[in-house]
Design a protein around this ligand. Structure first.
Ligand code: AMP
Ligand code: GLY
Length: 425
């Protein structure tokens, strides 16, 4: 197919990176992004429909007969956008609702992990608060308390002791405003180690791993401060060997995909395992049913194979027949965030320096929009500055050098991306 017309659903840095990678494909013509940002408007046409507005997206896709729809965020996946688009005969990259439950319900994901013996933390689930409190009294180890449903990254509390666990339960059930997302609570054993993000393309049966990545989730240097959506990432990380990855494929990724296929809902899209590398090997912290953000901003720049061809091979169940090539290089990204993020932050501040370019650097937009020909801030994570290097240090230096050109009031970013385990030592 040439001149394929594509709809990308989402408006973050991840979706800008997906649009950027698809634009390089020899098969791709027009790209539409719902709702996009100032960066995606330089690649394709933004459509003012929110990623959660399923009926409007289905109507648009039906009218436009896109050749491919790529769903970025978890919420439209959990709401069944892929199912509805498939029903009207469209090709969709992203899992159906039943498979997206591996992210939308932690209890569901855990039940499949237990069934397939996938290494993960010991856990118990509760709908009744009294039983949850009684259980906490019996726990001999520190725990993590989690809301079962989607909570925009805020539904997990890592606890040091029983008092914190009690407080976490109260917060998730009452004061945090999680609604039905916390009607079920998971209490699990706290794991220790360093984290890794292992993502894989999936066609329902076959799994093809991407280079392993690391996200930096805390707001401040030294992994201090509040949890965020992710303040930076790099890939590949050096603390997972080829053998480790083969083991992760065999004991974690493949069994999960097999399990969803056995359920009659084969997983097509990107399977993302958030792992803790413990002294007893890699254990799953969570599964996501989509590309990570900001991991995508370092992984897609490393992809050498045409992304459109990979996505179509996934949809057509032909992943085993193609070979996916990755650059023999490093990529790092640093997120520039609004002052105050991840708590309250202002919007609408002008951003300067976006006209500058540097070799090997890609500026991916997240929370940006255009007002009167000026690009302004429009979210917590504003930009992700990605850069290649033959070494990780080179990639990091390039990204940090480029950041010196960019400014908006209150801008903050971590200075130590890539300088943790598995990175520059
Ligand atoms: P989740 O959304 O389940 O990945 O949790 C978000 C973050 O909480 C993870 O990236 C970890 O940093 C932390 N976390 C989740 N589960 C655990 C666990 N069992 N032990 C330690 N940290 C955890
Ligand atoms: N970077 C974490 C996530 O995408 O969930």
């Amino acid at each position: 197919m040439s001149n394929a017309r594509i709809l990308i659903v989402g408006n973050g840095g991840r979706e800008h990176a997906i649009a950027w990678a698809l634009k390089k494909s020899r098969h791709v013509g027009e790209i539409f992004i719902a709702s996009g940002n100032a960066g995606t408007s330089g690649i394709g046409q933004n459509v003012p429909i929110a990623p959660e507005d399923i009926s409007a997206l289905v109507k648009l896709a039906d009218e436009q007969h896109f050749d491919l729809v790529v769903i970025g965020p978890e919420v439209p996946l959990a709401l069944g956008l892929a199912d509805e688009l498939q029903r009207i005969g469209l090709r969709v990259f992203g899992p159906v609702r039943a498979s997206a439950q591996i992210e939308a319900s932690k209890a569901f994901a855990k039940s499949l992990m237990v069934k397939k013996n996938i290494p993960t933390a010991e856990y118990a689930e509760f709908t009744d608060e009294t039983s949850a409190r009684a259980y906490l009294q019996t726990c001999k180890h520190p725990v993590v308390v989690k809301a079962d449903g989607l909570a925009a990254g805020k539904g997990v509390v890592v606890c040091d002791n029983k008092e914190q666990a009690e407080e976490a339960l109260n917060y998730l059930r009452h004061s945090g405003g999680f609604g039905s997302a916390s009607s079920k609570i998971i209490i699990e054993e706290r794991l220790y180690g360093v984290e890794a993000s292992v993502l894989a393309f999936c066609d329902g049966h076959t799994v093809s791993l991407m280079p392993p990545a690391r996200d930096h989730k805390r707001a401040l240097d030294g992994d201090r401060g509040a949890n965020t959506g992710g303040m930076g990432a790099f890939a590949p990380i050096s603390d997972l060997s080829v053998d480790d990855l083969a083991h992760i494929q065999k004991t974690i990724m493949q069994p999960m995909v097999d399990s969803l296929a056995e359920n009659g809902t084969p997983f097509v899209g990107v399977l993302y395992a958030g792992l803790m590398l413990t002294s007893n090997g890699a254990k799953v912290l969570e599964f996501n049913a989509r590309f990570g953000d900001p991991e995508t901003q370092v992984l897609l720049p490393l992809l050498e194979t045409d992304l459109y061809e990979v996505m179509i091979a996934c949809i057509e169940g032909r992943l085993a027949d193609i070979s996916i090539e990755w650059k023999n290089a490093f990529c790092a990204t640093v997120v520039l965030a609004s002052g105050g993020y991840p708590a309250n932050y202002p919007k609408g501040l002008p951003i300067t320096g976006l006209d500058k370019s540097s070799e090997g650097v890609m500026v991916f937009h997240a929370g940006t929009s255009v007002k009167d020909d000026t690009i302004i801030t429009n979210g917590g994570r504003v930009l992700a500055i990605s850069a290649f290097g033959d070494t990780l240090l080179m990639a990091l230096d390039r990204a940090y050098d480029h950041i010196q050109h960019i400014h908006f009031d209150g801008m903050h970013y971590r200075k130590d991306i890539g300088r943790t385990a598995g990175g520059v030592s």
